[in-house]
Ligand binder design. Structure first.
Ligand code: ZN
Length: 163
């Protein structure tokens, strides 16, 4: 039981350095550290280590900084372009759906009329109507699948960096 308390305290000490603790956990940890020398030494040691790591500076190649900055710029532009393409896609889908609903009676009558004049069975022109309705969804699904499969990379847009 005692070991579990120390292990919990050390988990809280670690978490406090990374993501922080809520007020209740912080209070529990403080009362444990007031009473437990072993965990207090662990906490102080970890704090010194983290402080030393934060003060540690390493020379960075300016070319690497510039390349990283350019990659971030390109990625941000890709994300903005993707967002505007998706917005256009959703607007086209909405328009297609509205037009599909509005033109459904005309399409029904037109296909029925053609079916009667050609002498095609009722199931054929109803199937044609269903396929006509499914076409926009199939096209959108294909576009989304293409984008998920990395369609942008195949166009080489990711590889180009601004000079
Ligand atoms: Zn302890």
């Amino acid at each position: 039981m005692k070991d579990e308390l120390h292990a919990q305290a050390q988990r809280f000490i670690d978490a406090a350095q990374v993501e922080g603790l809520n007020a209740g956990d912080q209070a529990w940890l403080k009362s444990h550290l007031d009473a437990c020398g072993e965990c207090r030494i662990y906490a102080e040691s970890l704090e010194r280590t983290v402080a030393a790591l934060r003060s540690f500076q390493t020379p960075v190649d300016p070319a690497l900084v510039e390349a990283t900055r350019r990659r971030l710029y390109v990625r941000a532009r890709e994300l903005r372009e993707h967002e505007s393409r998706m917005r256009a896609l959703w607007m086209a889908c909405s328009l297609s759906w509205v037009l599909g609903v509005l033109t459904a009676p005309l399409l029904w009558w037109g296909l029925e009329w053609i079916g009667q004049h050609v002498g095609a069975p009722r199931t054929i022109w109803i199937t044609a109507l269903v396929l006509w309705w499914l076409t926009p969804a199939v096209v959108v699904g294909a576009v989304l699948a293409w984008q998920r499969s990395g369609g942008l990379r195949e166009n080489g847009q990711r590889a180009t960096l601004p000079r």
